[in-house]
Design a binder for this molecule. Structure first.
Ligand SMILES: [Zn+2]
Length: 458
């Protein structure tokens, strides 16, 4: 009987074919004309889960695109892992930039080209193939596994929280594992252990019921554009430090080990400037750009408008102006407290000649973290080290992943983010690709991950 590793070696071609079949289904979640394809992909995936030996495979309705579920729960006294992925994909426009049809995967120079190859069908497939290898070779898994694949990740997971709520008992787990992130580079794996949260507000500054004549009222009426500017410059100092009292309450300081880990990940300032046409970088002093991006909160003005915007001159004092402001939050900031602090501070610093109002916009999310000394992170480090022969990077991300935040909050289980694709896989862009060496190594890493997590506490 082949070992699971041997089984994976012997099924490289078969595994790739399975992924190619999955990629041929154009499961674009944002386009209504593909709704049936999304459903077809869900059914196809449930069949794969059943075929590889998982049980209770089913397509669960959510009110939107369905979630695919399957499990294997025959390891008493072992931890349970809830494994998350998503089977929906981004639209393919602009089609003319693709060198081959996006839903007819082709192999080229060690890559598999096709929409979804890396994000996230390739990662879903490598997991089902590792599961198959273990079940086929040994008849069992080392732990209890519940697998879910979402169909609405690319459209911001509108039904996911309600789904988790409605299925809380079924999804009950010791740990969550999410495979929808990237490695640092080929052969250099990464564990993402924290994400930033978000608050978003709209600030409106009003002085009058109507625009006014700048000659007749100039020197008499207050100007809301000027007042808005005065408020905004008081939010942050020139060194990038946010001036709102209480804003930094709860921010977890970075440990020396975290700083050391961040420094292992290359940061190419010149390339970043070139990509975005930046003249200079800017951010809070006292931190490296990576530290600022991953582990410090930010306050940004996202938009500002009001007054006359048309061609030529119009001599008015505007009635009102407005700005959109968002803050990226880090563990353990509380979104509600930060919003309140911002509200109180703006009320305090706003000129008394104007009326200000602050409206909360949707998009609020909690920051998330699993500390790097947590046994789950340690288990993943050791699994990746074993397979890749190198110490994985421990990284954070400046963005948010809605599903992670929901699972952490609703299921109360520590979560691990580990992905097996390369950062230059062109996810969401034309010619999305999957590095095949990384795919095959990812299958082995997925196998090893369950062994190590199963051993937590032993
Ligand atoms: Zn994804």
């Amino acid at each position: 009987m082949a070992t699971p590793e041997e089984f994976l070696e012997q099924t490289r071609e078969q595994g790739l074919k399975e992924l190619e079949d999955f990629l041929r289904i154009p499961s674009i979640s944002s386009q209504p004309e593909h709704a049936n394809d999304v459903r077809r992909a869900a059914g196809h995936l449930a069949e794969q889960y059943e075929r590889v030996g998982l049980e209770n495979a089913q397509v669960i309705e959510t009110g939107g695109h369905p979630v695919v579920y399957a499990d294997w729960l025959k390891a008493p006294n072992k931890p349970t892992v809830l494994l998350y992925g998503h089977y929906d994909v981004q639209p393919v426009d602009p089609l003319d930039l693709w060198t081959s049809p996006p839903f007819e995967p082709i192999r080229q120079d060690g890559q598999l080209l096709g929409r979804g190859s890396s994000d996230d069908k390739g990662q879903i497939a490598l997991h089902w193939q590792a599961i198959q290898a273990r079940l086929n070779s040994t008849g069992e898994l080392p732990l209890n596994l519940k697998v879910i694949a979402e169909g609405e990740e690319e459209i911001a997971s509108p039904h996911f929280e309600a789904f988790v709520d409605a299925n809380a008992e079924r999804l009950k787990t010791t740990y969550c594992v999410v495979s929808d992130t990237s490695m640092v580079a080929k052969g250099f794996p990464a564990i993402t252990y924290a994400l930033r949260g978000l608050i978003y507000v709209e600030l409106r500054v009003e002085v009058a019921s109507t625009d006014m004549h700048s000659g007749l009222l100039g020197g008499v009426a207050p100007n809301p554009a000027q007042a808005l500017a005065e408020i905004l410059v008081r939010l942050k100092d020139a060194a990038g430090h946010v001036l709102v009292p209480g804003f930094y309450d709860g921010v977890r300081p970075l440990s020396e080990e975290e700083r050391r880990q961040f420094a292992r990940v290359p940061f190419d300032e010149a390339a970043l400037k070139k990509t975005y046409g930046l003249t200079a970088l800017h951010g809070e002093s006292g931190f490296t750009p990576t530290e600022r991006n991953w582990a410090r909160p930010t306050l940004e003005v996202n938009g500002i408008w009001g007054g006359y915007q048309g061609p030529g001159a119009k001599t008015i004092i505007p009635a009102w102006t407005a700005a959109k402001i968002s803050c990226r939050l880090v563990p353990d900031q509380d979104p509600n407290s930060v919003t309140q602090a911002l509200r109180d501070y703006i009320d305090e610093v706003a000129p008394k000649t104007v009326r200000v109002s602050l409206a909360e916009l949707s998009g609020h999310g909690d920051p998330w973290i699993t500390p790097i000394d947590h046994p789950l992170i340690k288990a993943a480090r050791s699994a990746l080290h074993r397979v890749y022969g190198t110490e994985p990077a421990l990284i954070r991300s400046g963005g948010s992943i809605g599903a992670v935040e929901v699972m952490a909050r609703r299921l109360g289980a520590p979560c691990l983010l580990v992905g097996f694709v390369l950062p230059d896989s062109l996810a969401h862009a034309p010619n999305e690709r999957l590095d095949l060496d990384s795919f095959y190594l990812g299958r082995k890493a997925a196998l090893q991950l369950w062994e190590e997590i199963a051993g937590i506490g032993d």
